[in-house]
Design a protein around this ligand. Structure first.
Ligand code: CA
Length: 236
């Protein structure tokens, strides 16, 4: 049974989520403050963490940062209270996998959990078996000064290794594997986040923006990621 930890100081939300986790066949764990949450995350090794931002003890941003700094790859969905927090949450600085804005519907939350877990598992399988058309040659995809090594999960730009979040890497990989082809936002959502996300195109745009920043490629006619107006993105 997959274990899901919710770190949330609001008892009503915690109880509601725990109840629905068990109804959906997950083992739910919970913590009501940041310090307790961090310690349960370390000791119980959940398969996914639902993480509130404003928490007593230690806030969600710091928890996320600390877990990533320790090398934890556990998928994290941030529970955000405000819309402005979204850009921050999805950035590399914190390394969360996704967010859901409060107040959220329980069905939407369950759909996201499923999508994140499924995406995470299929990434793991790809890595473990090392198959896939592009990964097989081991040399990676080279575009200008950019080299993407899928097997090693490594991106090198002008000789320097780039630090990308898991989602940024997946997004870059999907664009690179479909080089020259325009990918719509919905296609990118499907391939990178899972089909439940269709319609949530802002997520794609936010990630593209971060990715471009890291690639030093911030205009729409970029060297690595081009915007095709009204359609989506492509790698030339
Ligand atoms: Ca809170």
């Amino acid at each position: 049974m997959q274990k899901i930890l919710i770190i949330e100081d609001e008892p009503n939300i915690r109880e509601l989520v725990l109840y629905n986790l068990s109804q959906n066949g997950y083992e739910g764990l919970s913590a009501e403050d940041g310090l307790q949450g961090l310690s349960v995350a370390r000791s119980d090794k959940p398969d996914l963490i639902l993480l509130d931002i404003m928490l007593p003890g230690k806030n969600g941003y710091d928890i996320c940062k600390e877990l990533r700094a320790e090398g934890s790859k556990t998928p994290i969905i941030m529970l955000t209270a405000r819309n402005e927090e979204i850009d921050k949450v999805l950035g590399l600085e914190f390394g969360a996998d996704d967010y859901i804005a409060k107040p959220f519907g329980i069905r939407e939350l369950m759909a996201r959990i499923k999508a994140v877990l499924r995406r995470y598992e299929s990434n793991g399988e790809q890595e473990a078996s090392g198959n896939g058309s592009v990964a097989a040659n081991g040399a990676g995809i080279v575009i200008g000064e950019l080299t993407i090594n899928i097997e090693r999960h490594e991106v090198i730009l002008a000789g320097k290794s780039l630090e990308l979040t898991l989602k940024e890497f997946d997004l870059l990989r999907v664009l690179a594997e479909n080089r020259g082809r325009v990918m719509t936002r919905d296609q990118l959502l499907d391939k990178v986040w899972g089909f439940e996300y269709i319609g949530e195109t802002r997520t794609v745009d936010v990630h593209v923006r971060y990715l471009r920043k890291k690639l030093g490629d911030e205009d729409n006619e970029g060297k690595y990621i081009q915007t095709v107006r009204g359609v989506g993105y492509k790698m030339p």
